[in-house]
Design a binder for this molecule. Structure first.
Ligand SMILES: C[S@@+](CC[C@H](N)C(=O)[O-])C[C@H]1O[C@@H](n2cnc3c(N)ncnc32)[C@H](O)[C@@H]1O
Length: 404
């Protein structure tokens, strides 16, 4: 099966409803309410995309890997990286003994299935415009194309764009001078990366503006850190979460809060909000986003979900005191974990709140966690957000309320 989404805009509605039906059937053991369905735009919905760069003689183009096997995809990535590195040693017809050895080893691996990507209809229009423009601008400029093996695009609804160029060689002053000109020519910000090197020429972030329930929220999104890929679906998720928590009051704790995506949007519904997150970069962006959106009742702290469970169990511990846990009265928890879902301690802790909002990018682990949570809580709201059209992946949201 193909991992790469194939856009079939005219069939989008049919595919959406088939996926919704399959998803809804996962929740039947939990006596669910009717599932709310939030469609994506049928095209140009992904605000970020990354491609490998394939060098072929004087030409270069983007490729992606097409397999449903994650391990194979990772292996292919490593293989193509090695090959791209060898191929981009342009002009050199002499292969090193090491290079020959590498090539021989690769022959024993499964064949790489790479797909040439001249455009990417699921990605934003800005990414589609930048894809050929970037290649045209660097094709005949050896210092910019030499050993370039990956390109990452991060764009926004407001039209901002940041491009990361990733190399198998150290970046020097000549690269920097030419990349600075490239920024101007393309109207983007550029970051150059190679082993142990990260050159931020202008800035390492973009500003996204999302409309939530008629209100515009501004989010700093930093390169190479988590952001919801589908901006319109993100707006739907934020509006839904705001609606289902309206009138609850009390305090909200959020685990896995990233750069404060939900923290900022839900702050008006609560007396105070505490967002927690493990990534240093996301925590810094989260604090910035709290400030810029004047969510003065919210704070973002760096700690893992596991550490938070420990702190909550002992509010007088150093962590508990630093967070001021004794001053909170949490009525609600919002979790938005990675695909693995909640670890056993976090699951136990989450069951302690009267209201649970669970946003999940993996229905399988959500269902596993619901088997525990529905022993104490009833499933009050259920939503399907089509974050990843034309794939089997589904994003779901549930509201659980403690049983009387
Ligand atoms: C699916 S993302 C959600 C981020 C955020 N809610 C949003 O909407 O952008 C999951 C987040 O969990 C963070 N994370 C992963 N493992 C964690 C852990 N054990 N404790 C706390 N945060 C974790 C990741 O850094 C990532 O930001």
């Amino acid at each position: 099966m193909s991992r790469l989404p194939v856009v079939e805009a005219e069939r989008y509605s049919e595919l959406l409803h088939a996926k919704a039906e399959a998803l809804a059937s996962c929740f039947t053991p939990f006596d669910p309410p009717e599932m709310e369905i939030f469609p994506s735009p049928p095209m140009h919905y992904r605000m970020r995309a990354e491609f490998r760069v394939w060098h072929e003689g004087d030409d270069l183009y983007y490729v992606m890997f097409d397999t449903d096997d994650e391990a194979l995809a990772a292996q292919q990535a490593a293989q193509v990286e090695a090959e791209a590195s060898a191929a981009s040693a342009e002009g050199s017809q002499v292969q090193s003994a090491q290079g020959k050895k590498k090539k021989k080893r690769n022959k024993t691996r499964k064949p790489v299935k790479t797909v040439r990507m001249d455009d990417y209809p699921v990605a934003s229009e800005r990414i589609n415009a930048l894809m050929p423009a970037l290649l045209d601008a660097i094709r005949d400029v050896p210092p910019l194309r030499h050993k370039l093996f990956q390109v990452e695009f991060l764009t926004t609804l407001t039209g901002e764009a940041l491009i990361s160029l990733i190399y198998h060689r150290p970046l020097d002053e000549q690269w920097e001078t030419l990349a600075r000109q490239l920024q101007v020519d393309l109207g983007v910000s550029i970051i150059g990366r190679s082993r142990k090197q990260r050159l931020v020429l202008d800035r390492e972030f973009v500003f996204e503006r999302l409309t939530v329930d008629g209100q515009t929220l501004t989010y700093k999104q930093v390169e190479n850190s988590f952001t919801q890929p589908n901006a319109r679906i993100c707006e739907s998720m934020l509006s839904w979460a705001r609606e289902v928590t309206q009138g609850i009051g009390g305090d909200l704790v959020e685990l896995y809060c990233g750069a404060g995506n939900f923290t900022v949007a839900l702050a008006p519904n609560f007396r105070r909000v505490l967002g927690t997150e493990i990534s240093r970069t996301s925590v810094a962006a989260g604090r910035f986003n709290v400030e810029i959106n004047r969510a003065h009742n919210a704070q973002v702290e760096r700690l893992s979900a596991e550490e938070f469970s420990q702190a909550l169990a002992n509010p007088q511990s150093p962590y508990g005191q630093r967070l001021g846990l004794a001053d909170y009265t949490f009525s609600t928890v919002l979790v938005d974990p990675p695909r693995a879902g909640l670890d056993p301690d976090t699951l136990k802790q989450v069951a302690e709140y009267d209201h649970i909002v669970y946003i999940s990018c993996n229905p399988q682990t959500l269902v596993e966690n619901l088997a525990t949570l529905t022993q104490t809580h009833r499933l009050e709201r259920l939503a399907f957000f089509d974050q990843f059209p034309y794939t089997d992946h589904a994003e779901a949201g549930v509201l659980l309320v403690r049983r009387a």
